[in-house]
Ligand binder design. Structure first.
Ligand code: GMT
Length: 378
């Protein structure tokens, strides 16, 4: 198949999933055309089956906001025409699904049919999408997609609850490449951060409010009162300055390191003992899956799709959003040397259920189905 993939070329989960999916499809012999405004961070290799088309967004003094959606639409039309693409797969509804609808209509006016698959990732539904400024466009473009997938059952339910969506949504969970995300021997790194055998706790995110990083810091604050521990915060975003202030105010700045955006997050996870994800909402929690693949148990909230990933008392624990006391209690239990090896093994076993080789065929079968249905309609 020739597939056009549209995504945000960022470190965020939806961009990562889209890029890793495209790479895996290319390895399986499909021709993949990425259409983005910038090279996605994980698209840093050469493959004969991977093509990259940059969306050029010209500016003009009249535009207070450059019309990205129009530029993206035009690029999708060009790529489908020039590369003979069979199907467009857009990740994150806003504005990718509506741009794809427009591209489909332009192509249809030229006698060319191209089906559109939209994958819903989370905030495009639970946070941004339901804002009145976007809701009608999101509802319309989901209903007009030829296929819609969501990364968890919870997100599927949320979509039906918040939008007047009447079409079928297929749940295809996120996946993990276990050949990349695996516990590596990084003793020197562990020793540098935890020279006295401290337990290492990690949180990675885009530092947005929805991640409740204050809760992660507070959990760490209480844990380090009970046992020697260090906290690594990976990622960057709007909450960074506020969280740095909180860490200083709590007097734990020496035990906390802000690592910023990292490409090789698996190296940090390889030396971690515990992963924290106390999010207000989380449609899936890809960062937690990456941790589990590196044998790191997860203390998370029970929001959104997290219960579909983290198994209570097995791969870690889940607590109500904001229940820091419960998270501290659970973290101390998991970090106990008697319990930790079992949780580590369980975390890996759970991650293996989301191995790329199990999820990739679901996407391939779904594309086939959508293509067949759209051919039958013509
Ligand atoms: O919140 C993020 O981490 C970024 C966001 C995105 O759209 O890139 O992540 C969403 O999609 C990921 C991949 O499907 C999911 O694993 C995250 O749970 C989801 N984030 C939220 O729902 C808050």
């Amino acid at each position: 198949m020739k597939i056009g993939i549209v995504c945000y070329p960022t470190f965020g989960g939806s961009g990562v999933v889209a890029t890793e999916l495209g790479k895996a499809l290319a390895k399986n012999g499909h021709q993949i055309h990425f259409i983005t405004y910038q090279q996605p961070p994980r698209l840093d290799f050469f493959s004969e089956n991977v093509f990259y088309h940059e969306v050029n967004i010209p500016t003009y003094p009249l535009f207070q906001y450059a019309p990205y959606e129009s530029a993206l639409t035009s690029e999708m039309v060009n790529v489908v025409q020039n590369e003979d693409v069979d199907l467009l797969h857009v990740h994150y509804a806003i504005p990718h699904a509506s741009a794809a609808y427009m591209a489909k209509m332009i192509l249809r006016s030229q006698g060319r049919t191209v089906p559109v698959v939209t994958t819903l990732h989370g905030t495009d539904i639970t946070l941004v999408g339901k804002d009145a400024s976007y809701e009608p466009v999101v509802t319309f473009s989901i209903n007009e997609s030829d296929g819609v997938t969501s990364v968890s059952e919870n997100l599927r339910q949320d979509t039906y609850a918040h939008f007047n969506v009447h079409r079928e949504i297929e749940v295809i969970p996120n996946f993990i490449d276990l050949s990349r995300f695996k516990r590596q021997k990084k003793d020197h790194f562990k020793l540098a951060i935890c020279p006295n055998g401290e337990k290492l706790i990690v949180h990675t995110s885009n530092f947005r409010r929805v991640k409740r990083i204050d809760d992660a810091v507070m959990v760490f604050y209480h844990v380090q009162q009970e046992m020697p521990a260090k906290l690594l915060l990976v990622g960057d975003g709007p909450e960074r300055a506020r969280i740095e202030r909180l860490v200083r105010d709590l007097g734990i700045y020496d035990q906390v390191r802000f690592l910023g955006k990292l490409d090789a997050v698996e190296e940090v996870l390889s030396v971690a003992d515990l992963f924290l994800m106390p999010s207000e909402n989380e449609s899936f929690g890809l960062a937690a899956l990456e941790a589990m693949a590196c044998e790191v148990p997860v203390i998370s909230s029970n929001a959104g799709g997290l219960p579909e990933l983290n198994v209570q008392g097995v791969s870690g624990f889940l607590s109500p959003v904001g229940d820091v006391d419960d998270m501290v209690k659970n973290a101390l239990y998991v970090l106990d040397d008697v319990n930790l090896p079992t949780f580590q093994a369980n975390a890996l076993a759970r991650a293996q259920e989301f191995e790329l080789s199990k999820i990739l065929p679901l996407y391939e079968a779904y594309y086939e189905r959508v293509l067949q249905e759209s051919t039958a309609k013509v």
